[in-house]
Design a protein around this ligand. Structure first.
Ligand SMILES: [Zn+2]
Ligand SMILES: [Zn+2]
Length: 234
């Protein structure tokens, strides 16, 4: 270990002095997600639909019947996204700009990566549109991908895929509206050289966003595209 702290670590220590960490869920001091709340995260450990990753015991789940995914080989999620600590942590990261939480959340992604035995040549974060990037100042999926890449020793390519147009906030949209909203929203900057790609995002609802990212990557030469998200809504 180096004797000198990195500039990033020094800045973080300064920020911790000004805004001391508190658990995002129960407010326990000195930690962003305490071990009690971590243990309350409802991890998905049951059988899931092979395609969309929804917990399901039947071969074809109702989500896939109603909103079929056409391009992505499979989506897997670490946890359920109800009102629980993971939801609070994602909100803190995205809307309150607590980028440091990405480190804790990536550990949950790494656990899921190993649990589902995913294989990837490269991790690609779901891109933000540049106007949203300007507004937020960072892409939460890129932070998660970088930390996950470090934990599972995979490279990250954040330059390959980009969002052609701003798709706005989709939280309130119905499934068919989301599908239309993200159709053709993504493009590749160059031919895809890695064959097995794992897309990284924070939350998966219908899977439409990941599916259209996969469409673009496959049109540009990828042979397999999977998706991994922190949480799955139902
Ligand atoms: Zn807590
Ligand atoms: Zn399904």
């Amino acid at each position: 270990m180096s004797f000198f702290a990195s500039p990033q670590k020094l800045i973080q220590s300064g920020l911790d002095l000004l805004f001391p960490p508190a658990c995002v869920y129960c407010k326990a001091p000195n930690i962003w997600l305490c071990s009690d709340c971590y243990s309350k995260i409802p991890l998905i450990k049951s059988d899931v639909c092979y395609r969309c990753g929804t917990p399901s015991i039947s071969v074809s789940c109702s989500q896939c019947k109603n909103n079929p995914l056409n391009y992505i080989d499979g989506i897997r999620s670490a946890a359920h996204f109800q009102d629980n600590p993971i939801r609070s942590a994602i909100h803190n990261l995205k809307y309150q700009g607590r980028k440091v939480i990405a480190e804790t959340l990536a550990a949950i992604l790494a656990e899921a990566y190993r649990f589902y035995k995913l294989k990837a040549d490269v991790l690609i974060p779901v891109p933000l549109h540049r106007s949203r990037y300007k507004e937020r100042g960072f892409n939460q999926s890129l932070l998660l991908a970088k930390e996950l890449g470090r934990l599972v020793d995979r490279p990250v390519d954040a330059a390959m895929l980009y969002r052609i147009r701003d798709t706005g906030y989709q939280m309130e949209m119905k499934a068919h509206e989301r599908h239309q909203n993200v159709a053709d929203a993504f493009a590749c900057r160059k031919p895809v050289t890695h064959q097995n790609i794992l897309l990284i995002d924070d939350v998966c609802t219908t899977g439409a966003t990941l599916d259209f990212c996969a469409m673009s990557l496959k049109m540009n030469g990828a042979s397999a595209v999977w998706g991994l998200t922190l949480a799955k809504t139902h």
